[in-house]
Design a protein around this ligand. Structure first.
Ligand code: FES
Length: 65
């Protein structure tokens, strides 16, 4: 897996991990954070992860509609 796959290099959290957290019931960035622990180390990834999680959550809600 390429380095760019990590949304959070500190904790080695990938897009897949975020997607899985969302699939597992996390319906907000806060819950994604709680589930994965993302951005709890240095916090530099928060913006990036938030953006990605929001995009995925939007996609999911569009799927449901
Ligand atoms: S990059 Fe995510 S906590 Fe440091």
């Amino acid at each position: 897996m390429g380095k760019n796959e990590y949304l959070c290099p500190c904790l080695k959290i990938t897009k897949k991990d975020i997607k899985e957290a969302i699939a597992g019931g996390a319906d907000s960035f806060k819950k994604v954070k709680k589930k994965t622990g993302v951005s709890l180390k240095c916090g530099h990834c928060e913006c990036r992860v938030k953006k990605y999680a929001k995009k995925q959550l939007k996609k999911q809600s569009e799927k449901k509609a």
